[in-house]
Design a protein around this ligand. Structure first.
Ligand SMILES: Cc1cc2nc3c(=O)[nH]c(=O)nc-3n(C[C@H](O)[C@H](O)[C@H](O)COP(=O)(O)OP(=O)(O)OC[C@H]3O[C@@H](n4cnc5c(N)ncnc54)[C@H](O)[C@@H]3O)c2cc1C
Length: 375
């Protein structure tokens, strides 16, 4: 088949590689002047590597995903740990039983944990979190962070994120953020890795126009609402701005990132020396601030509200009715995907793309919707 892929982020590149390996002709268009989407690594003036779109730590327990990624570069073995600063003290995240012992409010927290409901309340994000953490821990770790991160009250978010990303590690000493077997960052960086992944496939940079008639399938990792000219209205995304500092100290050299729920401006910071396992004369720190997506900056996090999910569904139905455009990825499917999930979803999309021209609109919709809901 003759396939065009819109976007050279990890979703587009990995699906492109998989389809190419199955003998299809694959080419790309990319709106930026470089490939990679959010998976980009640069070096600063002193030669220290960094990710301009925030710490990107790869993690997976699936050999198939790890094997796919490590074909293109070796990984550095960094195990991701995250801290949180609360009232000037550093705590691990996820919150562990030992960390609770260190809180001056320990008795109150333990009392609240004892009286949690048996089942998690799935009504919305706030209620889900309170039923996992109790009121005090929720207030310290989650509430302000979530308001800054998403720019809306936590009760307006769906419970999805809380159920998938947040946990209380009771009775366990493990302070790794992810418990996956394989973790780390590519030794030569994401830009190198993705470049190698799509080697030999034509890429047109700074391009958004395409003629669908020239291809059997057009796979799109562009924002689905924008691809369809916002005909059902805008989907909401959050974006981020990043600033850099050379600092003399870092709270704990095993934490690559630190959340700052009580900071007036920033949501978190990361130290690239830790993430890239580099020694340098200074700590190379990135501060991250969450802002609205305004149509000009990068759409980063799909805002998961019931309203947005409803609008996305209309777009999905509509695109499945198009002659040959198949949506993928974080922006095409309006679903936050970690990198391992972006690759896993690409594997699952291969048979869908190969049958796309033969499928009815209803069959396309059902298969893609089932896939999105299962991630
Ligand atoms: C701040 C942040 C931190 C993250 N950290 C981690 C982490 O630590 N670990 C982890 O596993 N995952 C992390 N992720 C998730 C990771 O970034 C995603 O898994 C990955 O970006 C998915 O890639 P994608 O291809 O779906 O989207 P993208 O990377 O956004 O790629 C989409 C591509 O399409 C292009 N494009 C858009 N519109 C058009 C158009 N009309 N025409 C042509 N091209 C177009 C864009 O320029 C872009 O290159 C993080 C995400 C964010 C936002």
């Amino acid at each position: 088949m003759n396939i065009l892929i819109i976007g050279t982020g990890l979703s587009g590149c990995s699906l492109g590689r998989m389809l190419k390996d199955k003998g299809h002709h694959v080419e790309f268009i990319e709106k930026e002047r470089r490939i990679g989407g959010l998976c980009v690594t640069r070096t600063n003036k002193d030669g220290l590597p960094y990710e301009p779109y925030g710490a990107h730590t790869f993690h997976s327990s699936k050999a198939r995903i790890k094997d796919f990624m490590t074909q293109f570069d070796a990984f550095n073995g960094y195990i991701h740990r995250k801290g949180v600063v609360i009232n000037g003290r550093l705590y691990p995240f996820p919150i562990t039983k030992e960390a609770i012992e260190d809180f001056p409010e320990k008795e109150k927290i333990l009392g609240e944990l004892k009286s949690r409901p048996k089942n998690i309340d799935r009504t919305n994000f706030e209620r889900a979190c309170r039923s996992i953490f109790g009121k005090t821990l929720y207030g310290f770790f989650i509430e302000n962070y979530t308001r800054k991160m998403w720019g809306i009250p936590p009760r307006t978010l769906t419970a999805d994120w809380a159920l998938k990303r947040l946990e209380l590690r009771e009775g366990r000493r493990d302070d790794r953020l992810f418990q996956n077997r394989w973790q780390g960052l590519p030794k030569r960086g994401y830009s190198f890795l993705l470049g190698k992944m799509i080697a030999g496939m034509p890429v047109t940079l700074k391009a958004t126009n395409f003629n669908p008639g020239r291809y059997d399938v057009v796979v799109s990792s562009a924002p689905i609402d924008r691809l369809l000219d916002l005909k059902f209205g805008k989907l909401e995304y959050r974006s981020m701005t990043f600033s850099y500092a050379k600092e003399n100290a870092w709270e704990n050299m095993s934490y690559g990132t630190i959340n700052l729920p009580q900071h007036r401006v920033y949501v978190r910071k990361c130290n690239f020396n830790v993430l890239h396992r580099r020694r340098a004369k200074y700590q190379f720190v990135q501060y991250q601030r969450s802002v609205d997506f305004d149509g000009q900056n990068m759409p980063m996090y799909p805002v998961k509200t019931q309203k947005n999910d409803g609008v996305f569904n209309r777009y999905l139905r509509e695109i499945c009715r198009s002659r040959n455009i198949c949506p993928v990825g974080r922006l095409g499917l309006f679903k936050y995907l970690d990198m391992d999930k972006a690759v896993e979803m690409a594997f699952a999309m291969v048979p869908i793309v190969e049958k796309y021209p033969l499928m009815s609109a209803e069959e396309r919709y059902k298969r893609i919707k089932r896939l999105v809901d299962s991630f």
